[in-house]
Each structure stands twice: as structure tokens, then as C-alpha cells.
Write a protein that binds this ligand. Structure first.
Ligand SMILES: [Zn+2]
Ligand SMILES: [Zn+2]
Length: 271
């Protein structure tokens, strides 16, 4: 092998696939396409005349990984505004060409969470809170989820607490093919789960119980959970809100106050 060949491809960094931003999916990188002998056909096998037999094409494992990532991404239920957003989509300056206050720290917490994911000893959940709305909490959570799916092809899900989670559970009561326990178990099994809008729940006894089952289950199985909330977590332990759910969250998460200003819906995202 020549030394040039051993060098990592600058387009895919050795992953073998790249982002297709227009189609919001990943594609095979040219570095693999150039070596492909199957044209993506015959289940990624090609006929080798020299040995008179079929062989696996170099693209085969990459193709399986790409299909897996695209499927996970499609089924993750990320809200429209946050689909296919990555750290490079964050706008660092405002309309007056001034740097957005606290933006470096905002990027730092995203990057730190991503880097730590690779090290099981450092991996923690993340709680992003601020009483201000529209200042990037959900964006940060979605970027982390999108990037982890892109980098590692791990199972991921975006959950809006009030509408998705409790709605999903209630649906099982009238559906004999799906049980509540199965829904919760599936949600516990995702490698990374975003729980958006924690604190908007009505906190009935039933909601609290179901929320506890989910969060406690994820904590037990050491899965990464990213939570966004408008609740003030600064003095949370002194408030009436403090209960076993919050104590689990604080045990499993890095608690971070998002200090970037409100930029309404299109916050920070480059056009
Ligand atoms: Zn490449
Ligand atoms: Zn091929």
C-alpha cells in the first residue's frame, strides 16, 4: 500500500460516507465509490474473473452503515426546524456583525458532550435550561443528536414531552397490539434520547409516575439523555418542584444554563 492511500480521506475523514445536505441524508464518499466494483447492485457482490467466484465489494459494509444511519435519522422524529442541523450551522454573529453573547460557551458545551460520548467513563446526560425561550436549547439538543447519529450510527429519538410521550402511552390503552410497558422499554433502549420541554407536563400523579419510569430506566441503563427545560434549575433543590424525578436528572446530567439571548424561531441558524 502506498502512503498516499493510507492517508485519511479529507472529505469523509475515513468514515466512507459524507453529508448530503440537500437531501438530508448520508451518501457514499467518492473515495469508496472509486473502488466500488458492484455499482451498488447484487447485494454489493461482484464477479471476480480471476478466481471464478463472487466477492464482497469494498462498498458493502459502508452501504449497510449508510442505510442504517439514514433509517435512524428518518425515524428519530426531529422537529422540522431542527432537522439536519450541525455545529457548522450555528451563526456566530448577529445582523449587526457583532458576536452573539455567550456563543463560545454555548458551542463548548455541545462539543464537550459530543467528545465525552466516546468515553463511557465521561459520558453524561445533559440538561439545558433557561427561563428565556427561543435561545437555542432545543437547537443544541438536536445538534448533539444529529451529530451522534452521523458519527456513530447509534439509535436516537427526539421526544416532545407533553405531546409525544404521554400521547404515545395513552394510545396504548386502546391498542391491543402495543403495551405501555413496551413503549417505555423502547424509549429506554435508545442510545441517545432528547426529552424536549421538561417542565411543561401537568404533573398529575400518572404523568409523574410515567416520567419517572422513563428517566430512572435510562439512568439505570447508562444511556445518554438530553433534556431541555424552561424551569430555573439554579435553586431547584429548594423549590416545591424538587422530587425524585429531578433528583435522578441531577444525578445523571451535567446541568447547564443556556445564556445566549433570544433570537426567536430562527435563532442562530445560518440561512
Ligand atoms: Zn472519503
Ligand atoms: Zn460496490
Amino acid at each position: 500500500m502506498t502512503s498516499a492511500k493510507q492517508k485519511k480521506c479529507k472529505y469523509c475523514d475515513g468514515r466512507g460516507y459524507v453529508k448530503n445536505n440537500a437531501a438530508q441524508k448520508v451518501d457514499l464518499c467518492d473515495c469508496i465509490k472509486r473502488q466500488c466494483k458492484c455499482s451498488g447492485e447484487d447485494n454489493y457482490m461482484y464477479y471476480d474473473k480471476d478466481i471464478n467466484a463472487y466477492r464482497q465489494c469494498i462498498c458493502r459494509n459502508y452501504a449497510f452503515r449508510i442505510n442504517k444511519i439514514n433509517k435512524i435519522y428518518k425515524e428519530a422524529d426531529i422537529p422540522r426546524n431542527y432537522q439536519w442541523k450541525f455545529i457548522e450551522d450555528i451563526e456566530m454573529i448577529d445582523n449587526d456583525k457583532k458576536g452573539i453573547p455567550n456563543i463560545s460557551e454555548f458551542l463548548e458545551i455541545i462539543e464537550q458532550t459530543l467528545v465525552n460520548y466516546e468515553d463511557i467513563r465521561k459520558r453524561r446526560g445533559l440538561l439545558l435550561w433557561s427561563e428565556l425561550t427561543g435561545n437555542g436549547k432545543t437547537l443544541a439538543a438536536a445538534i448533539i443528536l444529529n451529530t451522534l447519529v452521523f458519527n456513530f450510527g447509534i439509535a436516537a429519538k427526539f421526544l416532545k414531552l407533553s405531546s409525544d410521550y404521554f400521547g404515545m402511552l395513552k394510545k396504548t390503552y386502546s391498542n391491543i397490539d402495543e403495551s405501555e410497558i413496551n413503549v417505555i422499554k423502547k424509549l429506554i433502549d435508545y442510545d441517545v434520547l432528547v426529552i424536549d420541554d421538561f417542565g411543561t407536563q401537568r404533573s398529575t400523579e400518572w404523568e409523574n409516575e410515567k416520567l419517572y419510569e422513563l428517566i430512572d430506566g435510562r439512568n439505570d441503563s447508562k444511556k445518554m439523555t438530553i433534556i431541555t427545560s424552561n424551569i430555573n434549575f439554579e435553586k431547584i433543590e429548594e423549590t416545591a418542584l424538587y422530587d425524585r424525578i429531578l433528583s435522578r436528572i441531577m444525578e445523571m446530567c451535567v446541568i447547564y444554563k443556556v445564556k445566549t439571548p433570544c433570537y426567536r424561531q430562527k435563532f442562530l441558524i445560518k440561512k
